[in-house]
Write a protein that binds this ligand. Structure first.
Ligand SMILES: Nc1ncnc2c1ncn2[C@@H]1O[C@H](COP(=O)(O)OP(=O)(O)OP(=O)(O)O)[C@@H](O)[C@H]1O
Length: 539
């Protein structure tokens, strides 16, 4: 071949190799792969063998082969040089490239990595180039090649300088990615801790993204006087969040007053909310402050706001607009300084569309909505909550019950229509029904859930349709007064008394050694409710 033609071909193939090597910079996120590819290209296409990239070990004066091509694991392990040792050490110290034309004639060549016998018998050359970043030597790139080849040392050196630049670039980009990832991880962890800390401080347990987002919003709302609307299915923690907003706000030393608009008979709720003057209606024997007045300088939580009838809705709107309340039968308005938090498991927008909720009131209340996720969307939280409720129940019952591993798995795939309240209730019941070894099996949980099949969980928030009221027990004792009524309604939500509950009542009695007051406490009901149920069930 004529010499200039062969030179052209060599240039062309070198250019192709450089292009291939340059493309590896795109892989900088995976430096193992990117640098391995470059060292492999150098060996296979340029005859530059046993490529190694030496970097400094953290907090030591030793260099090690962080990346290599064509070396055995043992050779890689032996590739360690002190900063003052050999040619590699010199290049690291001086930042100058070194070419050893014949390693057998070079005193500083240590033969540490590869035995001489393992190399070709003919003379072998060695190249060592500094890897430079911001004028600092950060590592050394080394190769062997046969001494007697057509390509000049200068030409190989020039080519390797380009490779060293690519490798330095890859290391730098990788370091940047690592730093940024670490920074983001750190930031994420801090945010997670803040959100978790916010929650656990207020007894709100869980780590899921959906919950953390809700916690973050609640924390923001707490810092302002804004009206908050908590939206979520029954048992998702609306009351718990309302307490958090109050306690995290500057009103925390003021009163927190909660009222469940659905639990109070229609004809009594107005007096409950706004108060009344003595003699204003039959039975009003003395003046009474309403919830608004009681919540002055604090927070008023109006739960199930969607259950207020239209007439009361307009009265409520007036109070909110005028920031004052006039007791029933009174004339003097009382000025109010109250943060309002409302909650509804109903879709209030739908209620507005259906003409069941006033649009102007909706706008006044829906200033800062916070969606509370149902348990089925809080991935990972079911396990944490289950363990949390188990600990609490074990403490309360002085027991040491554990959940079988499969039980936790079963919990995770269950839909939890009654959300956290249902999970809490199921755990309490499960502790009472654990086997003689104190283990709760999946079968026990299935029995408990089967018992509950008659309960209609009101999930209007997700379905956007008219709610079906929670099934009330046929055996509900007569209501004594508002307070009792409210508490009873909350406790009763998951109590559907039927023959199947007999087992549980008996288990509680056994655990309480026949003491009904203690058994009632274990079951989260009043002694009167327990006696009533025992009587009806003929126990
Ligand atoms: N994230 C949570 N961590 C621990 N316990 C929780 C959490 N959320 C709710 N709970 C518990 O679950 C039960 C139901 O919560 P809460 O009463 O706040 O729900 P709700 O949405 O107001 O229900 P409803 O709409 O039926 O009134 C309570 O016993 C509460 O303490």
């Amino acid at each position: 071949m004529n010499p200039s033609k062969s030179q052209d071909t060599a240039n062309e193939s070198e250019f192709t190799v450089i292009k291939q090597a340059a493309m590896q910079i795109e892989l900088a996120a995976d430096p193992d792969q990117a640098i391995y590819n470059i060292l492999s290209i150098c060996s296979r296409q340029m005859g530059l063998n046993r490529g190694r990239v030496f970097l400094k070990e953290a907090n030591s004066d030793w260099l090690f082969a962080a990346y290599s091509y064509g070396l055995t694991p043992l050779e890689i392990e032996r590739s360690r040089f002190h900063l003052k040792e050999g040619i590699t050490g010199k290049v690291m110290a001086t930042g100058q490239a070194a070419v050893v034309p014949d390693i057998d004639l070079e005193e500083d060549y240590l033969f540490r990595t590869v035995d001489r016998a393992a190399l070709p018998q003919e003379p072998v050359a060695f190249f060592a180039l500094p890897l430079i970043r911001k004028q600092k030597t950060v590592g050394v790139l080394t190769f062997n090649r046969l001494k007697n080849r057509q390509r000049s040392y200068d030409r190989d050196l020039a080519f390797l300088k380009i490779m060293a630049t690519f490798i330095s670039e890859i290391l730098a980009v990788h370091q940047l990615i690592e730093q940024q990832t670490q920074h983001l991880k750190h930031e994420n962890e801090q945010l997670r801790q803040v959100a978790l800390g916010q929650g656990s401080q207020y007894g709100i347990i869980g780590e899921s993204l959906a919950l953390t987002q809700a916690l973050d919003k609640a924390a923001r709302a707490a810092a302002t006087p804004v009206t908050v609307m908590l939206k979520g299915e029954s048992g998702t923690g609306k009351e718990k969040f309302s307490r958090m907003v109050h306690r995290a706000s500057h009103r925390k030393d003021g009163p927190f007053i909660a009222i469940n608009c659905a639990a109070i008979p229609k004809d009594l709720i107005e007096a409950e909310l706004f108060g009344y003057e003595k003699g204003s209606f039959t039975g009003a024997h003395q003046q009474k402050k309403g919830k608004f007045e009681l919540a002055n300088k604090g927070t008023l939580f109006l739960d199930e706001i969607g259950d207020l009838d239209l007439d009361l809705q307009s009265k409520l709107l007036r109070v909110l607009e005028e920031k004052s309340v006039t007791r029933l039968g009174g004339v003097e308005p009382v000025a109010l300084d109250v943060r309002i938090i409302v909650a509804s498991h109903k879709d209030l927008q739908q209620a507005v569309n259906d003409g069941r909720f006033r649009l102007d009131l909706f706008y006044r209340l829906n200033v800062f909505p916070i969606d509370l996720p149902p348990l089925r969307e809080r991935h990972g939280d079911v396990r944490i909550l289950a363990r949390h409720f188990l600990d609490l129940t074990n403490q309360d019952y002085h027991s040491n019950v554990v959940l079988a591993r499969e039980t936790l798995g079963y919990f995770e795939q269950y839909d939890w229509p009654g959300n956290i309240r249902q999970l809490e209730n199921v755990i309490k019941r499960a502790v009472l029904m654990a086997n003689e070894h104190g283990i709760v099996s999946v079968a026990t949980i299935q029995n408990i859930l089967n018992d509950e099949r008659g309960i209609t969980h009101d999930t209007d928030m997700t379905k956007g349709q008219a709610p079906t009221p929670l099934m009330q027990s046929q055996l509900t004792p007569p209501v004594q007064d508002f307070q009792q009524h409210t508490t009873d309604t909350l406790t009763r939500s998951y109590w559907k008394v039927n023959q199947e509950d007999a087992d549980m009542l008996q288990a509680a009695l056994k655990q309480a050694r026949g003491n009904k007051t203690r058994a009632a406490k274990l079951l989260n009901m009043t002694p009167r409710q327990l006696s009533y149920r025992l009587e009806k069930l003929g126990i």
